[in-house]
Design a protein around this ligand. Structure first.
Ligand SMILES: [Mn+2]
Length: 209
């Protein structure tokens, strides 16, 4: 029996039409496994629709949902943190509020989902995370904020894990492929014509919206 595919995607940012297009192209079946690397909300027009859609995929196949920087900022803004309130309201949160009708509705509708998001996920050969890890520091001693926000210190240095890291958060025109890591954020939600990209692990083939 042919086993299913392990597929990851990231940084959807409210772009439901691009998500639908990508999922249709992938033709997901019950033997596949999907890993979502975070940043479902903000900037694009339909954050609520994106989260409804990715939750619905758990009826089709095994799904794992990671926390992105925008969900981390939202959750901290909700708790009243001034710095994260600033980030939320100035980096696309207004579109998220419009999509839910009010700030309060975000948590009423999807609070349980947002509270359930995981910092990272790993399989035998792959390690999935939103932004990355700080090189030279053991996983258990990492600062959680780096999981969601680190950029160059991770991207341009080798890491110590014996697995390939699949990540997003920092956008590139095309997937950034290195020996020890692959970034699949191609700017969806940030740039009008940017595509949403998925990676099929193993073959490491890319599929675009
Ligand atoms: Mn992002």
């Amino acid at each position: 029996m042919k086993s299913g595919r392990l597929i990851a995607m990231t940084d959807i940012h409210g772009e439901l039409a691009k998500l639908d297009s990508l999922l249709n192209k992938l033709n997901i079946t019950s033997s596949d496994e999907l890993v979502f690397l975070g940043d479902y909300i903000d900037r694009g027009p339909d954050s609520k629709g994106v989260i409804d859609r990715i939750i619905s995929m758990s009826d089709v196949c095994k799904c794992t949902y990671l926390k992105g920087s925008h969900e981390y900022a939202y959750l901290n803004a909700r708790k009243g943190d001034e710095y994260y309130k600033y980030l939320f309201w100035n980096y696309g949160g207004i579109q998220t509020v419009e999509s839910y009708g009010s700030f309060e509705n975000i948590y009423k509708v999807h609070g349980k989902f947002l509270d359930s998001l995981r910092p990272y996920y790993e399989t035998d050969k792959y390690f999935f995370i939103h932004a990355g890890l700080r090189p030279g520091i053991p996983l258990e001693k990492q600062n959680e904020v780096d999981f969601y926000y680190i950029r160059g210190d991770f991207i341009y240095h080798k890491h110590d894990l014996a697995k390939k890291i699949i990540f997003g958060h920092t956008e590139f025109d095309e997937p950034l492929v290195q020996d020890d890591k692959i970034c699949i954020d191609t700017g969806c939600g940030k740039y009008k014509n940017a595509v949403l990209t998925a990676i099929i692990c193993g073959s490491e083939e890319f599929v675009h919206s």
